[in-house]
Design a protein around this ligand. Structure first.
Ligand code: BG6
Length: 470
């Protein structure tokens, strides 16, 4: 049986859900310049200059699914579903439109205050991500994103403002969404655009170092401002399998796993591990550190680890193996698994393995803040959305999580399904790739009434919560 205080919830991200990108003085962010066209993935990877995209292209995140104008209605649906918590992100540019201001935009703070108060009215615990793939565009243009250390202080100023303003109302924070995504989608994760001269790994590890420093400074500030705050790191988790038992494959999967764990290793243990220092030396990566960086990391570990889990990955030292489609992660096909319509392999037992792995490694509480199925839902003749496949996916994954807790002793404090409502996908930008419990009438041509309709999975998850997972 799960703890009676287990945080059942659902999640979203400001960039994908909120819209209202020109309202109340909000500035543009890096996510607002991602188009829905063939160049999108190259931009996400930092390999294509987003300024070349014509201004009349479709930018799906600018309107998104308009939580900005539907917040009251949507929170009422959350209450109807019985959510115990709601994970969402704050749009940095709603608070500091360019990122460089010293005085915050009061209208932006007031918007989130309304949202938080409404959640609290229904006893829904807010869980806030401070940066979910949305760097102020101005900071990208002026400084080249996180490769420049000056961004650290801008981020910390923003975080401090949030911690002060919502003191006593918000207990759970997450600094960066999927911090390891910097390896796979550098523009999305860190606003990095490569030039031909750049040494990619050098630049990526330096940018990542700045985010790690920013995260540690934000953690320190959070604890100073409000000792009740629990602050977590967040990474895209998923056990990395070796495709065969050949020692070469096993070694390769081991090194890939470490690459993925690097960020949590630093954020939880408070220092760069030996394996990465050895790699830096071998590959001539020179991390520029300032005096005090090592102490800062050591003295400010996170309180909990949050993860997204969609799938495991499978790797092989053999470069001729067939790869899976449609994911930011490079993975070869796993013959034992089926996949979603977008080629993401489905592996509930892998979820249990992943949770166990993490707990063995860190012995810190784990908060599962994303897990769900992207599918092309349709409205049936009866006007309803019968997404039994999503119920199946979630049921199997929740069961695997419960087994990890009850049979293996892993400490999991909450689970927020991705996503509460439909919103354009982070990777493809498609509306068609839906994850929500709440269907939102909008299509890939940016057309639709934005009407909200609960899907079958909405009512099924309501029962899961009522019965504390049983
Ligand atoms: C995670 C992100 O990577 O996966 C979310 O934190 C994202 O923002 C989710 O939406 C699902 O990915 P996608 O690309 O299918 O939306």
């Amino acid at each position: 049986m799960l703890n009676k205080d287990f945080l059942w919830g659902a999640a979203s991200a400001a960039s994908q859900y909120e819209g209202g990108c020109y309202e109340d003085g909000r500035g543009l962010s890096t996510s607002d310049v991602l188009p829905l066209n063939k160049n999108r993935m190259n931009i996400c990877r930092g390999d294509y200059d987003y300024t070349k995209i014509p201004s009349d292209a479709l930018f799906p995140f600018r309107e998104a699914t308009d939580f900005f104008h539907h917040w009251k209605e949507d929170i009422a649906w959350m209450a109807e579903q019985g959510l115990k918590c709601y994970r969402f992100s704050i749009s940095w540019t709603r608070i500091f439109p360019t990122g460089e201001e010293t005085v915050p935009n009061e209208a932006g703070l007031a918007f989130y205050e309304k949202v938080i108060d409404e959640l609290l009215k229904y006893q829904i615990e807010p869980v806030i991500t401070l940066c979910h793939f949305d760097l102020p565009l101005f900071l990208q243009q002026k400084y080249g994103g996180w490769k420049d250390r000056r961004i650290v202080d801008f981020f910390v100023t923003y975080c401090r403002e949030i911690f002060h303003r919502f003191k006593g109302k918000v207990k759970y924070y997450i600094t960066f969404n999927e911090i390891n995504m910097i390896h796979h989608m550098p523009f999305v994760g860190a606003g990095v655009v490569f030039t031909e001269k750049d040494r990619r790994e050098q630049l990526l590890y330096q940018s990542a170092h700045h985010q790690l420093i920013a995260s540690a400074k934000a953690t320190r500030a959070a604890h100073e401002i409000d000792s009740d705050i629990q602050i977590g790191c967040m990474f895209a988790a998923g056990k990395i399998y070796s495709r065969t038992c050949s020692p070469q494959d096993v070694w390769y999967s081991y090194t890939r796993e470490r690459e993925n764990m690097l960020f949590t290793d630093v954020q939880v243990r408070g220092c760069y591990p030996a394996y990465i220092k050895a790699k830096f030396k071998k590959d001539q990566i020179h991390l520029v550190m300032e005096d005090g960086d090592e102490e800062l990391l050591r003295e400010n570990p996170v309180d909990y680890i949050s993860i997204s889990y969609y799938s495991t990955r499978c790797v092989s030292a053999d470069e001729t193996m067939e790869h899976t489609a449609g994911n930011a992660f490079d993975s070869v096909k796993n013959p034992y698994l089926t996949a979603s319509e977008w080629g993401w392999e489905i592996d509930p037992l892998g979820f249990r393995t992943t949770l166990n792995d993490l707990y063995d490694r860190y012995q810190k509480p784990i908060f599962v803040v994303e897990n769900g199925l992207g599918a092309a839902d349709t409205v049936d003749e009866d006007g309803k959305i019968h997404d039994g496949y999503r119920v199946e996916y979630l049921k199997e994954h929740i069961r695997a999580m419960e087994e990890a807790v009850e049979e293996d002793g892993v400490e999991v404090i909450g689970y927020t399904a991705w996503s509460f409502a439909d919103m354009p996908a982070a990777s493809t930008g498609q509306m068609k790739k839906r994850y929500g419990f709440l269907y939102i009438d909008k299509d890939d041509q940016n057309q639709g009434t934005l009407k909200r309709t609960p899907k079958d999975s909405f009512y099924w998850y309501k029962q899961v919560i009522e019965n504390n997972g049983l």
